[in-house]
Design a protein around this ligand. Sequence first.
Ligand SMILES: Cc1ncc(COP(=O)(O)O)c(C=O)c1O
Length: 347
Amino acid sequence: MNLSKVVRPNILALAPYSCARDEFKGEARINVDANENPYNNGLNRYPDPRQLKVKALLAPIKGVKEEQIFLGNGSDEAIDLVYRIFCRPGIDNVVAPAPTYGMYQVCAEVNDVEYRAVPMQAETFALDVEAMAAQVDDHTKVIWVCSPNNPSGNAYSREQLISIVERFHDQIVVIDEAYIDFAAQPSMTDQLDRHDNLIVLQTFSKAWGHAAMRLGIAMSSPAIIAFFNNVKYPYNVNELTQQEAVRVLENVDRMRRQVAEVLSQRDILRQLLEPLPIVQHVYPSDANFLLVKVNDAMATYQYLQSEGVIVRNRHKVQLCANCLRITIGTPEENAQLYNLLKDYGNK
Ligand SMILES: Cc1ncc(COP(=O)(O)O)c(C=O)c1O
């Protein structure tokens, strides 16, 4: 792909902010370059702007090179940067299936970029790739696909995702894999060396159990990642987050054990919910939540809320009428939720 055709001209021409520590390699004896307080309290120095320790641990886990990784303040930062790097406000557009993760549209609107939502197929939440292609024109810069998709929970086959990346070769294709660790199929990261228009997003907020840490991952070609690094704030990932990320990445086994537990709870909760009279359908899920169609989502939502249980009401979302999105909790939480819904059905 010719990046100079998809990257905004002002970003191609940007001379990024450079700090003295970007220009120096090795261990400094004295740091009097950044106007910091010199008295050590563990946090008096600016953090590593390139997060090299985190990337050194993450790269082998993800099977990519360090220069293929961008780290941000949640993957929401990466989503916003995609607009700021590729989309000219008021001129360019992006295409995304609906329903999907809401921040693609919010960030489009913040950046004054036209968001073209293409409905998925009702009930299966299959992608309508032909309808997406019909929305693409000379000003389409980005195609968004979330797999497994939020809020429907289904993942798209690798064959289909690869064919989308190949078909839209003049656009950037972003595959958001926030929930990939809960899916039966592997990540698309192994396609990065084959397709230079592909960006894969992941996050520490879901399987890794660190939503509060705020650390998101974008993986792509070194050339695209260089644009992310040029556009981001210099110290976008704070020191506490970097230290905690190193700790988390040293314990991959704990993440895998928790994912296995969530997956077995997902099956148990599905089997419990399906026969309930108030439940019409539990959609297949490759994520850590279930999309559940009930007889009356508003009433069920309010009932659960009155019992102190918060689920996500998706009733007003396209193709999700009467649907609640329920995150898999601990075994105790799932049992309590089930008992409440069972009692409600019997009232
Ligand atoms: C599909 C998807 N992508 C991205 C995010 C945002 O993740 P982060 O916490 O890394 O900003 C979410 C959060 O719910 C999500 O569902």
